[in-house]
Design a protein. Sequence first.
Length: 385
Amino acid sequence: MEPTPTPKITLPKFRNLIVFDGNVTHNWPQLFEGKTTKDGVPIRVVQCSWNECSCTVYPDTGCLLTIAPIHESEGKVVRPQVLAVKPDFILVRNQPRGPTPVTDRRNTLYGLMLANVPSINSLQQMYMDLERTTMISELKAVESRLGHDVFPLVPITYYDTPERIGVWDGEFPAIIKVSHAHAGMGKAKLENMGNLQDTATILALNQSYCTVEPYIKTTEGIRVQKIGDFYRVYKKVFTGSGWKSQFGGADLQIIELTDQFKLWADECSKCYGGTDLLAIDAVIDEHGKYHILELNGTAIGIQPQHWVEDSQRLVYITIQKMEEVFCKDKSEGPATQAAKTASDFNSMNKIIQEYEKEIAKLKSLLKNKDEEKKEESFFSSVFNF
């Protein structure tokens, strides 16, 4: 029997990794230069901002992006020139939705979701993370599991319309946060009920939802960051005169990863069905108690002094996730698996051939014994043995 030939695997010329990062000083194609997945397929990187990418999804050929790239692996096309790309994997470093309508690129995100393009974090996580309400709901679930003493989430009151804002029985000062905005936008400090009522009349112009929470007097904040299995904790010492660290300024210092901080990060990594990149923001009050404010997803900022180190971690995690999607076995690529399968088939064929030889020998022995019995019976009848 002829040995079974090795199955022929047709691998793509390269795999397209789209990195959504609008920072021109970040060169992701350079970081991925020479990188391949375990099956030997090169990774081609196209870096762009959400505002310079459009998406079309076809029923038969899938997703097609039209991109004006900031950087791309081949170095042939740079914005304002555009290229068409079929995305194989997505790495998101910027939010697809800013504070204004012109920076709202959720429609592109919806297309990628429709096409089921794999990504870090998942596109479903990014979608859920775009609204404060869904983000807080995940944190409340963690608080329910661990208890408030272990996971001290700040208490939040939600109003679906401005007309309901008059019903507030908390203490002042308080903080109002409007709709989805982040990075210090859409937030105001309220000193009294009059401030709250005045704010409600402004919000009535666009009927945005909002949340109100107690103002916590603090001079320090905490950010617990998790990239894959790597943890880093920053203490934010507020240096400005304003209450918002985004505008008042903050001095970041690396501090020890305590068991409590690690527990926060590990539990939050379970949010949205699993999160690879995250950061938890908290503040410390005058009595030294922690108050957790929010959970940040895949667009977490990387500090300049740690850019090289942390970006390399992102490269490693991205390749690892791509291999989970495109390579059937985490430890072996498809080509290796195919060769291994063919080898198993060949080994099995050899075993079958050996069995067939043994069966032939047994048949021959049985035949000989049968002939001997017949011959013995013949002589017995002739010579009366």
